[in-house]
Design a protein around this ligand. Structure first.
Ligand code: UDX
Length: 436
């Protein structure tokens, strides 16, 4: 099929490359010339495992092109809108200006029978509004939420857990959209990927509901960590024990410095704002608590470090290991790790931060921070070490070797990801979150 993908960020770039890899002819369009130039040369502007190979193969095959010109979308039968919906400045609501601009710019290039597919995460009601804009062109609008996780984006796109089709209300339009979806996703469907075909509102809500649930699960276990901290209980053992109950499940029960990234934090806030607009604010009022618990954990890590430094971080050397919001990503949007580094720096600590991939992005946002070129450099002469992103390389650090380099022998494990026995065995004072 001939496809266009409007917006080549985390979502769009991966979608474009993945669709080309399964045989479709794809043009990716973005307003950022630097991004398009990199992608057109087969270079990934983001750190995402598997993406560089896919991009290069797609570009070399001739099935994957990139452009800054929306006119290049003409001729495609499906147009995927994958632009960002960030949090509005000074509000909890989602900023829909990029979605609106993308759809409006696409309108002159649409033909009757085309399918415009929203993939961005939007407040419920957006699709119905956009469908009215699209209708005069004879194209139809459908919604197709995307559940990819950064770090696993390629595999999540090619082999998703499920597909959700948000189809238009008119049966003839729904049939057009459905046929297009079935064709574009034929490979995933042939392997038995579950499919939920529904209307616009449900499709929009599925995405925010899924993210709200995941955020709630993480904040639940972090709330238990807060209780564990005053009762000498161990939240990791508690998570194991409740996680054995298949109704609960162990995944997303890792207590630590909390969730961040471009999705969970802003999505729960936008959901709250939208529910309030709909007069149902109380239905999701608990998400404010989920957000508050989450933000408290960042402060908790900062407080622990200060406490361990004897009540003040001023002029103490702190090694911060991790800046990305999670491992295998260079993304520092709403990153707990970066917040911890910035917070400690603000207290007058001499922070030396390192992350295997996220330093350039962190530096752009916070040029006042000092960055190391390696974990070893970051920990050299440190009074205390803080791990805030659970990169494999940090989990694999040799406690004895690190002890040779540091001034102090205290490590705060903000992700409960280190081998406690190994660190304590090597003479370290190990402090986890929600653990004795
Ligand atoms: C999330 C959703 O998982 C994905 O389906 C959606 O499409 C986009 O948002 P992502 O933001 O890539 O994906 O990251 P995810 O793996 O969900 O992690 C989110 C945050 O939660 C990270 O900061 C992670 O460190 C944190 N987390 C996750 C925990 O603190 N504890 C856990 O047990 C799991």
């Amino acid at each position: 099929m001939k496809l266009s993908v409007i917006g080549c960020g985390y979502l769009g770039a991966v979608h474009a490359a993945a669709m080309a890899s399964i045989g479709h002819e794809v043009v990716g369009i973005d307003v950022d010339p630097a991004k398009i130039e990199a992608l057109a040369a087969g270079r990934s502007p983001i750190f995402e495992p598997g993406l560089p190979g896919l991009l290069l193969a797609g570009v070399e095959s001739g099935r994957l092109r990139f452009s800054t010109d929306m006119a290049d979308a003409a001729g495609a039968t499906m147009h995927f809108v994958a632009v960002g919906t960030p949090q509005k400045a000074g509000s909890n609501a989602a900023d829909l200006r990029y979605v609106d601009a993308a759809v409006t710019a696409l309108l002159p290039h649409l033909s009757a029978g085309d399918v415009v597919v929203g993939k961005s995460t939007v407040p419920v009601g957006t699709a119905a509004r956009l469908a009215e804009l699209v209708a005069p062109t004879g194209a139809v609008l459908a919604w197709n939420p995307e559940f990819l996780r950064e770090g696993f984006a390629v595999q999540d796109t090619i082999a998703p857990d499920r597909l959700v089709y948000g189809l238009p209300p008119a049966p003839e339009d729904a049939a057009v959209a459905r046929a297009a979806f079935d064709e574009v996703y034929a490979q995933a469907l042939s392997t038995g990927t579950p499919l939920v075909a529904t209307g616009y509102s449900t499709a929009e809500l599925v995405k925010v509901a899924a993210n709200a649930f995941l955020a709630t699960k993480i904040s639940f276990i972090n709330a238990m960590a807060e209780i564990a901290e005053v009762t000498d209980a161990d939240v990791t053992e508690l998570a194991d024990a409740i996680g054995y109950d298949a109704r609960i499940g162990r995944r997303f029960l890792n207590a630590g410095v909390g969730f961040g990234g471009g999705c969970l934090p802003k999505d729960i806030r936008a959901f709250t704002a939208r529910a309030e607009e709909l007069g149902r604010g109380e239905s999701v009022a608990f998400l404010k608590e989920v957000d508050a618990i989450n933000l408290r954990r960042r402060q908790r890590v900062i407080d622990l470090v200060v406490e361990e430094l004897g009540g003040s971080a001023y002029q103490k050397r702190v090694a911060v290991l991790g800046l990305a919001f999670k491992p295998d990503s260079d993304d520092v949007r709403d990153s707990p790790a970066l917040d911890v580094a910035v917070g400690l720096n603000g207290l007058g600590a001499v922070v030396l931060a390192f992350d295997p991939e996220a330093v350039p992005n962190a530096r752009r946002l916070h040029p006042q921070l000092t960055f190391a070129d390696s974990a070893e450099q970051a920990v050299t002469d440190a009074d205390i070490v803080v791990v805030v992103t659970e990169w494999k390389a940090f989990r694999a650090l040799d406690p004895s070797a690190v002890a040779e380099l540091t001034a102090g022998k205290t490590i705060v494990d903000g992700r409960n990801c280190l081998d406690v026995d190994a660190w304590r065995g090597a003479g370290w004072r190990y402090i986890g979150l929600g653990r004795p």
